[in-house]
Design a protein. Structure first.
Length: 163
């Protein structure tokens, strides 16, 4: 079975980030490297929430960014996801999180996603909050996806044959 990867907003936004600081340039390069080497090893999904966030971030996204999303399945946003996100926030399962952050993780859990790919680890995968998130998902009978960055796959660690 091919693992499902949920592309969170920060991943898509790094494809055409105008920021030139070394950290942003590195993240953009790692994101492109992941996409060119690893994307075909996964079933890529995202959501309309990502599209809405990208539209708010910049009205002038490059066409290539939107083209990338054309080939990604957009998950439906069931009412259950909002309920789960509310529980995450009320029980402080995410550090510095907004409702949008909680919704991404709730969608991934509700849809049984294997990996959430993100650069927003401080908010979505804070070490002091991860266990609380796992406990809530367990209590709700939901899966808990891994939260990874493209850097996790650099140097050929994209799949079973190491390429």
């Amino acid at each position: 079975m091919v693992p499902k990867v949920y592309l969170e907003t920060s991943i898509i936004s790094f494809f055409d980030t105008p920021r030139g600081c070394p950290e942003s340039v590195a993240r953009r390069n790692w994101t492109w490297q992941w996409w060119s080497q690893c994307d075909r090893r996964f079933e890529l999904v995202s959501s309309v929430l990502v599209i809405e966030e990208l539209q708010r971030l910049s009205a002038q996204r490059h066409g290539d960014t939107w083209e990338l999303l054309r080939h990604v399945e957009l998950l439906p946003v069931p009412p259950e996801a909002a309920d789960v996100a509310g529980i995450y926030l009320s029980r402080k399962a995410l550090a510095e999180a907004t409702i949008a952050d909680a919704m991404h993780l709730a969608l991934a859990a509700v849809h049984g996603i294997d990996i959430v790919l993100t650069w927003a680890c401080r908010r979505l995968a804070h070490p002091l909050c991860l266990n609380q998130w796992r406990v809530i998902n367990y209590e709700l009978g939901l899966s808990t996806p891994a939260i990874l960055t493209p850097l996790s796959f650099v140097d050929g660690e994209c799949g079973d044959d190491g390429k």
